[in-house]
Design a protein around this ligand. Structure first.
Ligand SMILES: [Zn+2]
Length: 435
């Protein structure tokens, strides 16, 4: 509520009323009153590791040991809610009954500063592990949440109807193909020295790039080298676990895995220019089958739309492709000409979620991406079998994409086309689309 109400009209409180006159643009380690709560990244005992504290609220600002804000990109909506007085700055979250319905971990990987660098392995337990800090007035929020759900997808229903998938009453619960699933939502928490190390750069370069390339946001990346953790304003990920979640970490149980990067146009709206939704659904189906056979299946969904270039860039590329005779040989050039790179997903941080789930090996990898494969294997997790998308699931207009990717190194059990053959693979042309 705003501070004052005038004749029925809510008067919005001003910035000064909310935060006071003095604006703290940045802080320095030696500044009087600065006293961050110790954070020992990679410690296996959460009490030794310490909580991630990022809030700038009056009770917490001096104790912060992280830069950035909670909720990834949604942090901006939080700011908007505060600005328009929809959200009281002093709101204290009530976490009663929000704890995970299943236990995940702890796993030895949680205590290895080299294995998890882009999420907080204690993020789902923070309000309970660090309750004494919260009781002392420190603002601490979870960065991971775990829940259970049912889901229905028409492709899965179709597989049940055609007998490709059986109803077992537990994972596939009825003839509609309704699935039971455990879901883990993860917001990004970056341990900067670890992130820099993954990419083979020094921490100073990473900090400077994050500061400069976000319009000078987060000056503490520069002025507070003692703070090692950054909560970046980017999308997170969701892990969909089929079968008993404890089995993902059991080396005696088989594991099927799909790592999927968001493609809203295909995943949700059925665009046929790429293989995203068909491969995602194939991944879910295979994950379910592995779980039905006594193993487990995991599908991980990363918010990295359009190879992390975003949908605006993606559509510009689509237009350029279609106007220039959409050929597989030119597929990556079109993106590079516009974005300067062909891909910004940089899979180096992706395997963190596998370490979080205690995964030690992957029996069936439902992905053809050499970048994902290399990132996982480089993290010491072997992949025993790679499963390409079945030919019959590839939409005609997406041949350009899939053949170009295979030519560039994507795994296939089929044929790798020559450059000449690649030039002959054409998608729907500009004139074919009704404008
Ligand atoms: Zn797609």
């Amino acid at each position: 509520m705003s501070d004052s109400v005038l004749e029925g009209n809510k008067k919005k409180s001003t910035a000064t009323e909310k935060w006071g006159n003095r604006i703290v643009l940045t802080t320095y380690p030696s500044q009087s009153g600065i006293d961050p709560i110790p954070l020992k990244w990679g410690a296996s005992d959460p009490r030794v590791r310490g909580p991630v504290v990022v809030s700038r609220s009056l009770s917490t600002v001096r104790k912060r040991n992280a830069v950035g804000a909670h909720s990834g990109s949604y942090g901006i909506y939080h700011a908007l809610a505060v600005a328009i007085d929809e959200l009281n700055l002093n709101h204290k979250p009530d976490f009663t009954n929000t704890e995970p319905p299943v236990a995940i971990g702890p796993f030895p990987q949680w205590g290895d500063a080299d294995k998890i660098v882009a999420m907080d392995p204690f993020g789902h337990l923070a309000p309970w592990l660090f309750k004494d800090y919260i009781d002392d007035g420190v603002e601490i929020r979870p960065t991971i949440a775990v829940t259970k759900a049912h889901m229905r997808l028409y492709e899965i229903e179709d597989e049940v109807k055609t007998g490709k998938l059986r109803v077992d009453g537990k994972i596939v619960i009825n003839e509609h193909g309704d699935l039971t699933v455990t879901k883990v939502a993860v917001e990004p928490v970056w341990y900067l020295p670890g992130v820099a190390k993954r990419f083979g750069i020094n921490e100073g370069t990473l900090r400077r790039a994050l500061f400069e390339d976000t319009g000078g946001s987060y000056p503490e990346l520069i002025t507070r080298p003692d703070i090692k953790v950054f909560l970046p304003p980017i999308g997170g990920l969701t892990a969909y676990i089929f079968g008993d979640p404890a089995k993902t970490a059991d080396p005696k149980c088989r594991l099927a895995l799909r790592v999927h990067d968001e493609c809203n146009g295909s995943d949700v709206f059925g665009s046929d220019i790429c293989t995203c939704r068909p491969y995602l659904l194939f991944g879910i189906s295979e994950a379910v089958k592995e779980a039905q056979n006594g193993g487990s299946g995991v599908v991980i969904y990363f918010r990295k739309e359009g190879r992390a270039l975003g949908e605006v860039t993606k559509y510009l590329v689509y237009n350029a492709r279609k106007r220039m005779g959409d050929s597989a040989a030119e597929y990556f050039t079109r993106t590079e000409n516009i974005a300067g790179v062909k891909d910004m997903r940089f899979q180096a941080l992706m395997p963190d979620i596998l370490h979080f789930l205690g995964i030690k090996k992957i029996d069936r990898m439902l992905s053809m991406s050499n970048m994902k494969y290399d990132a996982i294997v480089n993290q010491g997790i072997p992949i025993y079998e790679r499963v390409p998308i079945p030919e019959e699931l590839i939409p005609e207009d997406s041949r350009v994409e899939i053949d170009a990717k295979i030519h560039a190194g994507y795994f296939t059990s089929g044929k790798v086309l020559t450059l000449e053959e690649l030039s002959a693979v054409k998608g729907r042309q500009w004139e074919d689309v009704d404008h």
